[in-house]
Design a protein. Sequence first.
Length: 420
Amino acid sequence: MPTQKFHYIDDIFCCHEVPLETIAEQAGTPSYVYSGDAIRENYRAYDRALAGLEHDIHYAVKANSSLGILSLLAEEGAGFDIVSGGELYRVLKAGGDPSRVVFSGVGKTSEELRYALEQEIGRFNCESDGELRLLRELAAQIGRKPEVSLRVNPDIDAETHPYIATGLREHKFGIGLAEAERIYRQAAELHPLRLNGIGCHIGSQIFNIGAFAEALQRVLELAGRLRGFGVPIEALDLGGGLGVEYETGKQSPSIADYGRMLCAALAGANFRLGIEPGRSIVGQAGVLLTRVLYRKAGEGKVFAIVDAAMNDLIRPALYRAHHEVLPVRRSGRPVELTDVVGPVCESGDFLAKGRAMPRAEPGDLLAIATTGAYGFVLSSNYNSRPRAAEALVEGGSVRIVRRREIWEDLIRGEVVCVQA
Ligand SMILES: *Cc1c(COP(=O)(O)O)cnc(C)c1O
């Protein structure tokens, strides 16, 4: 089962002990449902796996930025990896500690950099010479001495979907190793920036722990050379990217094994290690709950038309991603090959294709599994569809952590133009 903390009890699909039918009554459909317990356990698994090292776990906010989830992770003691000013705003609203925030991303604006400097975040992961110069100027203006890492591009093939691979020379991310070395050796000129860290992030949905090991090796070589030149490198950041199981049987790499690799590679090296996991903390901890509107049997095709669509979950359309589809109430109905599709006016609007599943009838509830990461955050109002509600289950209690949007939300900030 690719989900965590979701299971059948007497043929009813439940989150912990709570039937998803009960959640559908409370929250309506479509709704994202998250297991708070699973999210906490995944975070703690990382913390345990790195217990042998001085470490910081910066949850990658872009995977799921709901305040409900951020606040739960802040309570666990997590730091946060952000990629925009808006994400920093969310982290602060959720009670996150700014000194435990790292700011990544290739295109930070001066407005965003200034806001992050004012909030005294923990570290900037800079990705270009231009960004360094701008940050230096702003830091000098407002009298701050931020800690800075360069995000280097270690030129590693992460063997993942091309849209989410980021660690090759041809990608827009990071700075090449040779160029980075040149910048570090002139670090003194970057005062008041404290350039004392090296970061990288080679991609997402990575199953091969060896790719991380190789990236770390290249970063360690650079750090060693720089220390030799007297550049005081203290912090290393290996980014995020550990994959999760979307298809039953394609077992995720274990967080414990990943931690063992890191502890072995860094034993005695005297660096503080940061990691930025997103998907592997929240991905398997969420499902998208949707109701069947119609069953339409075409020529040799059966469609289950549901009330969730590509605007709610774009991963199938964008990456041809696979998500398991589970009936919330198991039945003895005959199995048929079914396309699960939404109401949006595009043929790309599908959640699953050609799945052998018990005949879906109008009114049935379905759970689209492993949608806790890159689900709601990528949703839109396309076709003027209000965005879904989000429910967080902790123990036996369910909280709606985001109300479903209403039509007024759709037009907020807009004006009507009428000819005079
Ligand atoms: C997206 C991203 C992450 C998180 O990646 P996951 O695959 O969700 O773990 C971490 N760091 C950076 C810089 C990112 O862009």
